[in-house]
Design a protein around this ligand. Structure first.
Ligand code: GLU
Length: 417
């Protein structure tokens, strides 16, 4: 095992190794589960508004045992090979947990997207498509949005890709604008999937939504959608945050109002008057008073040094990798239920899968049809996880890894890998 503790890949490695131990995998089998099929590293050279620049580009194709590689692309300064490799492996786990016929991959461009104009970011997206052209396609590897990439980015990648192919290939990318063959419901899918999973938890544990308070860390796509959807269902959103800080309001925050103010380029901390809310720093956010904590921002936000201060009894991980293995141990002792990222945020890739299916049959579903298909997939995966958790006496996270590793192993074995 890597001695670099808490690097994203070391965390992923630990979780897979633990699942392999339960499943009595051979060394060769575990090694296969931890070794990406292919790592593509390149650079994109561009003339941006700042001058001649060069950006590191990565795509890790982790496993295609269960179907074509699938996973997002992030534009982020921390997107290095270690992180992209871990996220690619997690995509393979995620797709297996929800049982969609796709493998795992992830891409990244090391860039601080906030520092660049839309025009520059379009050039970066097109550069990404050129560099990766031969490796991408509906039967090979299907990128999608992730941090600091969005439907517009996907439109630019698709346009460049199709120009190189000389034909229309909408199924090569998901998370596209509706006008280019995107799926209804994809924009809110990560938040919606998380809501469906939380609803199953709430029903199983016979809790009452109206009595549950929720804190959402991060107010990007996943965070803002989950806050709005839960608010509409009767949960009380008591705290929200963004990169500039957080707010706590005991009698409830209106997330629609927060979104409106955020759309004007302001922070969540600017939404209410001083006397109406309590300001919380991002370092304090984990310990905010609530029943459900929803990390929806960066990785490693729940760590050994702050896990003990968490007041929530349920953590719904909409971010990828928000909890370190050390924090997991603390949550186990405190009896905090962590609904892990590979299930909680899988709604995004499930609707990406729907988009890919619709692109291939050239027939499109209504928003209702998308929701009708998404809900049972999320609910079944939740109950599969609960059964494995009860069967082996392990946490939800351990259960999801056992479930997924078993499914990937089965596919590897049939292929003789
Ligand atoms: N980036 C999202 C994730 O981490 C979505 C991936 C996809 O739709 O392929 O799950």
């Amino acid at each position: 095992m890597s001695d670099n503790t808490n690097t994203p890949f070391a965390n992923f490695e630990k979780r897979v190794i633990d699942a392999c131990a339960v499943l009595s995998c051979t060394d060769t089998e575990s090694k296969k589960l931890l070794t990406p099929d292919r790592i593509i590293e390149d650079t994109v050279r561009l003339k941006t508004e700042k001058g001649e620049e060069q950006f590191d580009v990565y795509r890790v194709q982790f496993s295609n045992a269960r179907g074509p590689y699938k996973g997002g692309i992030r534009f982020h300064p921390a997107a290095d090979i270690n992180e992209v490799k871990a996220l690619a492996g997690m995509m393979a786990i995620k797709c297996a947990v929800v049982g969609v016929p796709l493998g795992g991959g992830k891409g990244g461009v090391q860039i601080d997207a906030k520092q660049y104009s839309k025009k520059d970011l379009e050039q970066v997206a097109r550069g990404f498509a050129r560099v990766l052209h031969e490796y991408i396609g509906p039967d090979k590897d299907i990128p999608a949005p992730d941090m600091y990439t969005n439907p517009e980015t996907m439109a630019h990648i698709l346009d460049e890709f199709e120009a190189l192919e000389g034909k229309s290939v909408p199924g090569a990318i998901t998370g596209k604008p509706i006008a280019l063959g995107g799926s209804l419901g994809r924009g809110s899918a990560t938040g919606q999937g998380g809501v469906y999973v939380l609803e199953e938890y709430v029903e199983t544990h016979k809790l009452k939504r109206e009595e549950l308070t929720v804190a959402v860390e991060g107010f990007g796509n996943a965070g803002s959608n989950v806050a709005q959807l839960l608010h509409a269902l009767g949960y009380t959103i008591v705290a929200v945050s963004d990169s500039r800080g957080g707010i706590y309001k005991k009698d409830g925050i209106d997330p629609y109002h927060v979104s409106k103010v955020k759309a004007e380029g302001k922070s969540v901390t600017d939404v209410y008057k001083e006397e109406e809310v309590e300001k919380i720093s991002n370092d304090e956010f984990a310990s905010v008073e609530c029943d459900v904590l929803i990390p929806s921002a960066l990785d490693n936000s729940l760590r050994e040094d702050n896990a003990d201060s968490v007041k929530a009894s349920i953590i719904l991980e909409l971010a990828n990798g928000p909890t370190t293995p050390e924090a997991d141990e603390i949550f186990k002792k405190k009896n905090v239920h962590v609904i892990p990222d590979v299930l909680a945020n899988a709604g995004g890739v499930v609707v990406s899968y729907f988009e890919w299916v619709q692109n291939r049959m050239h027939f499109y579903w209504t928003e209702e049809e998308v929701q009708e298909k998404l809900r049972p997939i999320m609910a079944n995966a939740f109950h599969d996880m609960c059964s494995v958790s009860a069967q082996h006496g392990v946490s939800y996270r351990e259960a999801t890894y056992i479930l997924a590793v078993e499914r990937i192993l089965e596919a590897n074995r049939y292929r003789g890998r």
